[in-house]
Design a protein around this ligand. Structure first.
Ligand SMILES: Cc1cc2nc3c(=O)[nH]c(=O)nc-3n(C[C@H](O)[C@H](O)[C@H](O)COP(=O)(O)OP(=O)(O)OC[C@H]3O[C@@H](n4cnc5c(N)ncnc54)[C@H](O)[C@@H]3O)c2cc1C
Length: 414
């Protein structure tokens, strides 16, 4: 994607670009925000540090909620994504080797699927193509934001493009620049949270099990293990362990690793073959003190991060993007200032509390299951039993996991 795309924006001098919205970070969350505002009449520049192909090339797959699917359907990009992702019809929760398994099925929700598993490159490439050649959206890429200055009526974003400097004058800056957001740090926004005693090893396997439409979350006392189906009899596995054990899993001999994996997946997947690197991620919980200030809003991992148990992080970010798009669009239609604190407070009030609930839920799951303390073992197994047989609780938990609780963005209501 090319630099001279900035030409379709009003350039007031050679070095200064004018726009309504500057999105810093062209990951899935930032690009979703731009896609949701396609043809809105709002002039948008997305600034992404990596070349677009490289940004999309990340080897990761995500559990994708029903709500995220509906948001993409509302945006109009779902038909590009849906054929290339896995769909699951069952979710199974189990506590180590305890034989009682909680099974969530499509009939519990009266839906065709309970969720999807999407690879990073499939989603981000579809979004990039969706907004290519769009009159109101331009990329600065590869380009890095090096400084932002906030004034009352606008913000100025300094961008480095191959050593050359450009300035963007904008009504609103959106930080979608990930967990280590510099946009957040430069604005002096504080964060709360903690680092876990665990890391995740994430990888892809091929297997020989005949069925590949079930998502598993198996809780071991060392940490949860998520097994997500992918097209082509593959699975994405996210295996949480204390740091040293996770590091050991990453580096141990492949044969030994696969035999341990087979044991921890209960042999359910048949013969296993490792088809990716084993990537190591430390795990953290983080929430910003505030999501907004005058001329600035944070979305996605820039605003919050959670434990990967339950596969919620990206889904929260997609929901942030859809909610913020709605608020910005409404302000633009009414002729209000889309970067004013007044406007942006609506976004914060909507999303901060909802995100906190999911952060708390994922933290509770990890803490309740990652131990061998007998009273807790008894309590959680009782909890699983109740979850399996008490239908209202089961449906509540399922709606929470699939994103069907909380306020639904307009884009997902059709
Ligand atoms: C092991 C693991 C498994 C996970 N599994 C799931 C799952 O199953 N389901 C789920 O929903 N979530 C999952 N998550 C969480 C998910 O990965 C994140 O929530 C998501 O990737 C965040 O997306 P983002 O767009 O906010 O940030 P990022 O993906 O980090 O994108 C930020 C972008 O900003 C760019 N950038 C950064 N700084 C600058 C700058 N100064 N100038 C310009 N550009 C910049 C970067 O190049 C990048 O492209 C998982 C996380 C982990 C670690």
């Amino acid at each position: 994607m090319v630099l001279d795309q900035v030409n379709n924006l009003s350039v007031s001098t050679e070095k200064i670009l004018d726009c309504d919205l500057a999105i810093v970070g062209g990951g899935i969350v930032g690009t979703t925000l731009a896609s949701a505002l396609k043809h809105s009449g709002i002039k948008i520049i997305i600034i992404e540090a990596k070349p677009l192909e490289l940004a999309a090339a990340r080897r990761q797959a995500y559990a994708f909620s029903l709500l995220s699917g509906r948001i993409y359907e509302g945006i109009g990009v779902w038909q590009k994504i849906f054929p290339n992702i896995a769909k699951f019809r069952q979710i199974r929760l189990s506590d180590a080797d305890y034989p009682k398994i909680v099974k969530f099925q499509t009939k519990d929700l009266n839906d065709e699927y309970l969720g999807y598993v999407a690879e990073h490159n499939i989603v981000l490439t579809a979004l990039q193509e969706f907004i290519a050649d769009c009159d109101n959206i331009s990329w600065l890429c590869p380009a890095e934001v090096t400084e932002v200055e906030y004034q009352d009526a606008f913000a100025t974003v300094k961008v480095n493009i191959n050593g050359a400097e450009k300035l963007i004058k904008t009504k609103l800056v959106v930080g979608a620049d990930g967990a280590r957001s510099r946009i957040r740090q430069w604005a002096g926004i504080k964060t709360g949270g903690w680092k876990y005693w665990q890391s995740c090893v994430a990888f892809t396997i091929k297997h020989t099990a005949p069925q590949n439409d079930i998502a598993f979350e198996r809780f071991w006392s060392t940490g949860p293990m998520g097994v997500l189906p992918l097209p082509g009899n593959r699975c994405q596995i996210v295996w949480t362990n204390p740091h040293a054990e996770a590091k050991n899993l990453q580096t141990m001999d492949e044969g030994e690793f696969l035999s341990k994996l087979s044991q921890y997946t209960g042999g359910l997947l048949g013969k296993l073959e490792l088809v990716s690197d084993r990537l190591l991620f430390p795990v953290q919980l983080m929430q910003c003190d505030r999501y907004v200030q005058s001329r600035l809003a944070l979305i996605g991992d820039a605003a919050h991060c959670c434990h990967p148990v339950g596969g919620q992080g990206l889904n929260l970010g997609i929901r942030d993007a859809a909610s913020l798009a709605q608020i910005i669009q409404e302000a633009h239609t009414l002729g209000s200032d889309l970067g004013s604190l007044n406007t942006l407070k609506h976004y914060e009030a909507w999303r901060k509390r909802e995100n906190l609930a999911i952060l708390g839920f994922s933290d509770f799951l990890d803490r309740a299951f990652s131990n061998n303390w007998l009273p807790m073992v008894i309590l959680r197994r009782l909890g699983l039993w109740i979850l399996q047989y008490f239908q209202p609780l089961k449906i509540f938990a399922l709606k929470l996991m699939t994103g069907l609780k909380g306020r639904t963005p307009q884009l997902a209501r059709y």
